[in-house]
Design a protein around this ligand. Sequence first.
Ligand SMILES: Cc1ncc(COP(=O)(O)O)c(C=O)c1O
Length: 375
Amino acid sequence: MLLVPEVRNVPYFDYPKVYLNEKDTLLKIIDDVSSRGAFILQKELTEFESNLAVYTGANYSIGVANATDGLEIAWMALGLRPGDEVICSSHTMLATASSIKIAGGTPVPVEIGSDNLIDPEAVEAAITPRTVGIMPTQLNGRTCDMDRLMTIANKYKLFVVEDAAQALGSRFKGRHAGTFGNASSISFFPAKVLGCLGDGGAVLTNDQSTYDKMYQLHDHGRDTNGDIKSWGRNSRLDNVQAAILDFRLKTYSQVIARRRHVAALYQELLGDMNELQLPPSPDSDPNHFDIYQNYELTADRRNELRDYLKAKGIGTLIQWGGKGVHQWGGLGFDDVKLPKVERFFERCIMLPMNMFISDADVQYIAHSIRNFYAQ
Ligand SMILES: Cc1ncc(COP(=O)(O)O)c(C=O)c1O
């Protein structure tokens, strides 16, 4: 029988370990790239872009400075104009909606379905003559039901930009998140499943003309030959970050397997509790392959649970300040009411889910949660 210690320290995410756990190798990579002065737009970047495209099955990939830039670049490449409406989930990071706004359009946040992802019925109901696009967020490492969303997009001739910031490697019916729509963006923020040592991101597309436009937008309007073709900005992925990401991509499937193991363990240890609604377990639906960027559940007495776990040395997170996109004042959504999203944010909590926690940590967390509800 496992001996559960009184208090064990399990931080929500241990940022120094992103570096310290592979310090020697990372230092070699940094030294190699830097000693060659290979800082910007060098071979490590093109190799990583090509490996990322092969891994996801996308035709094209471009490293960018972060996923938020990537989303903006995607919408700009698709030619969003003032007055154009794009429907997104309100259960997403503000960056999803802000990318629509910054690119010149109007974000229209809508409800979530029973899977807590964007609700296709709510999407269809929100379509107006001004709607030009849908922006699904492949949240927490799970891909939306892209059959239903693409059917709507095709029916109304809408663009689809996937916010795949949290979903590299996640699949729906065998197809990778980020490869269904016109373009997508992935984040390599340090806490992401594939993280670098700072900000980083990539855009994906299957369409050559969208690729050409996104390429120009991310490098001062220059094409791949260096000729200026349009207005652009600077949003390049640093070569040293690309080298680190390329190194990490080699073992990425093992990382995903470990996270799926942790999710299965949470399911085994907490799946019978009526007070909790856990995310789907790894093999519960053959249509979905989830990578568990986060392990987000909803819980009775969520705030008390969070305080209790904190006292037990367990870090948790309430994503994005505990509000849906439409709930932030001053952004133009004051009249929007989305009861399912609002209810979700009253109950949601994320448990530690990363490569640094052990099975014993997960057992300790589950044991502590059980103790909380037993008191
Ligand atoms: C759903 C979602 N969209 C967009 C972003 C923005 O990514 P980045 O920090 O790389 O700009 C994030 C990052 O956490 C995210 O989780």
